[in-house]
Design a protein around this ligand. Sequence first.
Ligand code: MG
Length: 207
Amino acid sequence: MWSPGDLLLLRYRGYRGELVGARPLRVVEDAGPYVACWLAAGTEIMDPALPDGRAPRLGTVDEWFAGPLGTRRRPWTGVGILKLVPRQGAHTVWLFHEADGTFLGWYVNLEAPHRWTARGPDTTDLLLDVWVAPDRTWSWKDAGELDAAVALGAVSEAERDGAYREAERVLVALADPAALPFADRWTTWRPDPAWTPLALPEDWDAA
Ligand code: MG
């Protein structure tokens, strides 16, 4: 059971199993099948990096998927994001808003099946995403990146198939405007303006 104000650490492993990413999130509400969390702008996060420090996406697919990845610590820039983290699952759902609060849509990030520790889930980004517009129409995103990762052996064909199955399972909930993760009530939720960005725990990569 998570309580409002708890720090939930969402961590990402690279394609060789090394820990390369972390997001300290403030728990908003333990909402049953999902824990609703807030990633405030300015929060200190850890992201994967190429050996020269660039973001993996800026390198070649070989550099991204076949080579070793390091880390880079940086502040989360842009607007804050409401993240819905399933208690059991292989995805997270990110709700994007304009600075004035206008809801822009849901981003379903497909991930390896979550392995929970007392701090939160550990997973690996499986590249494939689904963008769901406010009118609940949806589209695939970055399927080509996933194909490239499979071609280079970073992601297995079974993991790719699992990502598509997970997406299709999650999208079933679109039919019900009260059902998580696409429940209407979270699209209008706004954080307490007094909340300050979280710092990344020094032991973010400890077991
Ligand atoms: Mg993704």
